[in-house]
Ligand binder design. Structure first.
Ligand code: ZN
Length: 196
């Protein structure tokens, strides 16, 4: 069994699949509101979120020429681990793809990752088996959102109780007590980062 908290190759896959590394990918950049459990928004009026942030928002990064760049609606999204698609639900910018990773079963819980604000690719449906690094989606264009938010990737990771049906998992229940225990995705994201 692979421990779920070992670093993934997620950034490596993202950089490779999107040619982000032409001038060298140096590090992720996060505003406070992008981080796990952040109480505040990083967009619009930067007021309070409805509930603490359920994961991590990936948007800005620095290259080796010290330029600050960002993901966009063409960015293709890889999965972090081998797994199976167990749900696709709506979020406020697009869809969220929920993946189960059987290797990491713990107690009576299953390890899941979620890729939010995306447009899942054709063929990505419940039951689809994928390998780490496979592309499952492209980012959803946030340009038409009235919130003023930028196109970005939301990642959640955590353990869902085996007794919970995936039919019940959506953005109302993700992270709720007795449903899903979230963890900080920075524990599993490769590459360095700075918080500014
Ligand atoms: Zn988010």
């Amino acid at each position: 069994m692979t421990p779920p908290l070992s670093k993934t190759r997620f950034t490596e896959f993202l950089v490779r699949e999107n040619s982000l590394g032409e001038c060298g990918f140096e590090e992720w950049i996060f505003y406070p509101g992008m981080l796990f459990n952040a109480p505040d928004k990083w967009w619009g009026d930067q007021g309070k979120r409805d509930k603490p942030h359920e994961g991590l928002d990936l948007f800005l990064y620095r290259d080796q020429l010290d330029r600050i760049l960002h993901l966009n609606k063409k960015t293709k999204i890889p999965v972090m681990y081998d797994g199976v698609v167990v749900g696709i639900v709506n979020d406020f910018l697009g869809k969220s793809v929920i993946m189960e990773h059987g290797f990491a079963a713990k107690d009576n819980r299953k390890f899941c990752t979620i890729y939010g604000h995306t447009n899942p690719h054709d063929g990505i449906h419940v039951g689809r088996v994928v390998k780490q690094g496979d592309i499952i989606a492209t980012l959803a264009d946030a340009g038409r959102s009235k919130t003023g938010i930028s196109t970005h990737l939301h990642i959640s990771a955590g353990w869902i109780f085996k007794s919970i049906s995936y039919d019940r998992i959506d953005w109302e229940t993700i992270g709720a007590p007795n449903t899903m225990t979230l963890l900080d995705p920075l524990n599993v994201i490769d590459r360095s980062y700075v918080s500014i």
